[in-house]
Design a protein around this ligand. Structure first.
Ligand SMILES: [Ca+2]
Ligand SMILES: [Ca+2]
Length: 219
């Protein structure tokens, strides 16, 4: 099941279990495992859900009345949240927060494309909330990524992938906003390099770009 379909299902179970009445045994059973919390005005704010029925809450659905705002889930049941689901006013899932470092803190956020599969993942590699890497996916496979490796707010590294294999890495080492060198990795293990010494983004094979004296001079 694709991640975004799973989410819609989780949200459906929670809201249906609470709002429906006179229903099936399964739904009644689910209802017993949900603890609602209300604010002083009597508005529903939180649903605590023991999805496994073992007496431990693993899903917290933050509500604005009947509307789901955010769902936090401890999927591996180690006591820390590892998935955050954010819903828009129309109850569509907007993004999913993940903890790649698995420490209970969000450091990556995934966004779905029109087909419901993950299309983009924004990553805070320094785990400070600042997005410094963006990964792009097609058909559940990583196809390219860009990264701000020196934290100056500008992307300076671009990767492309061929069926999960790193196919090329381009770098902006001179801070011109465009790549000035690119390494291409062949499927048979070959590596070739292109460079640009002028800062105009025009990449040429290393031999062609090199001065007549020999060495190309990239630092
Ligand atoms: Ca967890
Ligand atoms: Ca940068």
């Amino acid at each position: 099941m694709r991640p975004y379909q799973h989410v819609a299902f989780a949200s459906l179970v929670l809201t249906a279990a609470v709002t429906a009445s006179g229903c099936s045994t399964a739904r009644e059973d689910a209802k017993k495992r949900i603890t609602p919390e209300y604010d002083k005005a009597g508005r529903l704010r939180l649903l605590k859900y023991d999805s496994k029925g073992d007496g431990t809450v693993d899903t917290w659905s933050y509500m604005d009345g009947a509307r789901v705002v955010r769902i936090e889930i401890d999927r591996n049941r180690d006591g820390t949240i590892d998935r955050w689901e954010y819903y828009g006013p129309d109850q569509q899932l907007e993004k999913i927060g993940l903890s790649r470092s698995n420490n209970g803190k969000e450091d990556a956020w995934s966004f779905a494309g029109p087909d419901g599969a993950v299309a983009r993942v924004e990553v805070s590699t320094r785990r400070d909330g600042t997005i410094d890497r963006v990964e792009y996916y097609e058909h559940d496979a990583l196809v390219r990524a860009e990264e701000d490796t020196d934290a100056d707010g500008r992307m300076d590294k671009w990767e492309t992938y061929d069926h999960a294999r790193l196919a090329s890495v381009a770098l902006d080492t001179m801070h011109h906003g465009v790549p000035d060198r690119r390494l291409t990795y062949g499927s048979t293990g070959t590596t070739s390099m292109e460079v640009n010494l002028e800062g105009d983004g025009r990449l040429l094979p290393l031999a062609a770009a090199a001065p007549a004296s020999g060495r190309p001079g990239p630092r």
